[in-house]
Design a protein around this ligand. Structure first.
Ligand SMILES: Cc1ncc(COP(=O)(O)O)c(C=O)c1O
Length: 310
């Protein structure tokens, strides 16, 4: 009995994607319903920002992908050079279909690898052929207006699992977490495990106190964003003291500045958490502070230095 009512969904963007060895229309890409990514969320992903047509911090994204795959015991289907070629080809396709000059194109490349297709069984099926999927989306930069005001966040208990260091496609915990802030029109949900800061639903969280930048230690309770290493480098080069240590709820609420970081948010100031303005005892209550401004300038300079072609 064949399927007769499987129309192409018009909500899917009219762009090119990569699936298992070939490029083709995203609207027509199909995977098996027995793909373990679909059945179990048994897969990993990466989100690589593209500036001026070039991937930013590509090596670091590939190292994290390798780490996530290892945790799930999925073989990496490609070498780093092969990944780079695929990302460049996809970025070029996307620039062409969206009528952008590749040298000016800003994109977000999504890479997903699932364990592959197998009869449903919880055991990590050996000898599966991984399913590889990639798509490009427009990079929607945070507006200059929002960068001037900062964003509102909500605090919540971190109810996700204890393998948050894996960039896994099992994201229901993150979906629930994000919805808590979305329901009240806030930008992110900042989460705490007991009394200690972990991260936000899809961003890392940083605080600034008396000129020092603090972030929680890199462990299994949070995803080490690619901006972890980058902001550490930037702090070093800007002579800003930097420390990784456990951060209590009280310390977050008493911070001079609170920041979010992710591929799409870059580094973003938080103006308010729940009903409390950030930096109440500073000269900039509820407004982006000086360390944010310094970090953001240096972030943009790093993007230009690494991606801009003269
Ligand atoms: C849970 C979580 N933490 C942190 C981040 C930030 O990671 P990156 O800086 O690599 O974008 C993300 C990004 O999506 C995330 O999902």
């Amino acid at each position: 009995m064949p399927f007769i009512n499987q129309p192409i969904n018009p909500n899917i963007p009219n762009t090119i994607c990569y699936l298992n060895g070939e490029f083709g229309p995203l609207r027509e890409a199909k995977i098996s319903v027995l793909d373990r990514g679909f059945i179990f969320g048994d897969g990993v992903y990466e989100v690589v920002p593209i500036y001026y047509g070039q991937p930013f911090r590509f090596d670091q994204h590939m190292a994290r992908l390798e780490k996530s795959l290892k945790e799930l015991r999925i073989p990496n289907p490609y070498s780093k050079d092969d990944w780079l070629k695929l990302v460049e080809q996809l970025a070029l396709h996307f620039a062409q279909t969206s009528k952008q000059n590749i040298d000016q194109s800003q994109q977000i490349i999504y890479i997903q690898i699932s364990r592959g297709v197998a009869p449903r069984d919880h055991i990590m099926t050996p000898d599966c052929v991984p399913t590889v999927f990639m798509m490009a989306n427009p990079f929607k930069p945070v507006s200059a207006e929002i960068r001037l005001t900062g964003v509102k966040c909500i605090s919540a208990h971190d109810f996700r699992w204890e393998k948050a260091h894996i960039k896994s496609t099992s994201l229901l915990g993150a979906v629930f977490a994000r919805q808590i802030s979305a329901d009240v029109g806030a930008t992110e949900t900042i989460m705490f495990r007991g009394n200690y800061l972990s991260e936000a639903s899809s961003s890392n969280v940083w605080i600034v106190k008396n000129g020092t930048v603090f972030a929680p230690p890199k462990d299994h309770l949070l995803l080490e964003g690619i901006r972890y290493g980058l902001l550490e480098e930037i702090c070093k080069s800007q002579n800003i003291p930097f420390s990784l240590q456990k951060i209590s709820k009280q310390e977050v609420f008493d911070a001079d500045e609170v920041l979010l970081s992710s591929a799409s948010k870059e580094v973003l100031p938080v103006s308010q958490i729940d009903d409390k303005l950030v930096g109440l005892n500073t000269t900039h209550p509820g407004k982006p502070g000086p360390i944010y401004k310094q970090l953001h300038l240096a972030y943009s300079a790093s993007v230009d230095k690494n991606c801009k072609r003269n």
